[in-house]
Design a protein around this ligand. Structure first.
Ligand SMILES: NC(=O)c1ccc[n+]([C@@H]2O[C@H](COP(=O)([O-])OP(=O)(O)OC[C@H]3O[C@@H](n4cnc5c(N)ncnc54)[C@H](OP(=O)(O)O)[C@@H]3O)[C@@H](O)[C@H]2O)c1
Length: 298
């Protein structure tokens, strides 16, 4: 039987990519958000409204939720803790309760920022968390809330998300390296970028592979490979042909910020690869695909 899937935060980066992948799916998807994008069919659903979530799930016979909604502005969250907590912890709890009532599955997205970033080896799902930011700690509370409600769940921690949709590092670097003679980019934060289209493919593969029910828990997903934000910026400029712009490495300490970001947040993807039998693209290949798509859409 086809699944009836509710996508929340569907007009964000990941939700928009899911719309593409879902087009060729046998399952039935309903895309919801609190922001409406012109020309994009979206049903209004505010996931902080527990009653509205519950009603939506029962009226639409939903058996899977993919939660792409979150408070994702890491800097602003430091001064907007209550709202970040509401969206990143209370709202996922609402979704978990709704799925618990109908014995459905919640696929929830979390972040590498739940880790402290003091290590030098890729983080596995079992390693202790130690968030350093309001964003990271509220996202961790969201994970904990889902597990304590006890609905069937797959929580996917991802990192450094970019897409052709919305605002993100890749699009900012494309613009800056085309406009400026030189820019400085931090070289002391190490991680792995994630093309949201690759994550969307993986989420749909997990659902359609039918293995999620037997493999609940936390998983890590990013693209393959390791780089700094400086390496990421250089690759973007290289692929786009913006070679006139000099990209200079600098230290995080040269950019005073209210947020402490993890210095090292590479995720170990062995568990998701093996459990769901997926192949993950290398980060530079995905950067190239994303930029080519942006160019072709111009
Ligand atoms: N972006 C990253 O680098 C990154 C890294 C690691 C993990 N993640 C995680 O990956 C997931 C997807 O991130 P993303 O970058 O695709 O997010 P995004 O582009 O910020 O999209 C989130 C969407 O949720 C909407 N939303 C906000 N409040 C809502 C509410 N009350 N009810 C329903 N929808 C609401 C947002 O609307 P507004 O635009 O009006 O807020 C937006 O359309 C999130 O869980 C995020 O924490 C992201």
């Amino acid at each position: 039987m086809a699944n009836r899937i509710l996508v929340t935060g569907a007009n964000g980066q990941l939700g928009s990519e899911l719309r593409h992948v879902a087009r060729s799916s046998y399952d039935s998807y309903i895309f919801t958000d609190v922001v409406m994008t012109e020309g994009v069919a979206t049903t209004y659903l505010d996931i902080t409204d527990r009653k509205a979530v519950r009603t939506f799930v029962t009226e639409n016979d939903i058996n899977i939720i993919i939660n792409c909604a979150a408070y994702t502005n890491v800097d602003r969250a430091e001064e907007d803790k209550d709202r970040a907590m509401l969206l990143n912890a209370t709202a996922p709890e609402n979704l978990a309760q709704a799925m618990k009532e109908v014995e459905g599955l919640l696929i929830h997205i979390s972040t590498d920022y739940v880790f402290g970033g003091d290590g030098d080896k890729p983080y596995t799902e079992e390693q202790p968390t130690a968030p350093k930011s309001v964003y990271g700690s509220t996202k961790l509370r969201g994970e904990e809330a889902i597990m304590s409600v006890g609905c069937r769940h797959v929580i996917i921690r991802t990192a450094w998300l970019y897409s052709t949709y919305g605002n993100n590092f890749l699009k900012t670097m494309l613009r800056l390296t085309s406009e400026r003679e030189s820019i400085s980019v931090v070289n002391d934060q190490i991680g792995t970028p994630t093309y949201a289209a690759d994550l969307a493919d993986t989420i749909v593969a997990i659902i359609e592979g039918g293995k999620a029910e037997r493999n609940e828990g936390i998983y890590h997903f990013s693209n393959e490979g390791v780089c700094s934000w400086y390496d990421f910026a250089r690759e973007i400029a290289h692929v786009a042909g913006n070679t006139h712009c000099e990209i200079c490495p600098c230290l995080s300490s040269e950019y005073p910020s209210k947020v402490t970001r993890p210095a090292y947040s590479v995720l170990d993807k062995s568990k998701i690869r093996q459990t769901f039998n997926i192949t993950i693209p290398y980060w530079t290949d995905s950067v190239e695909r994303c930029i080519n798509k942006l160019i072709s859409e111009k």
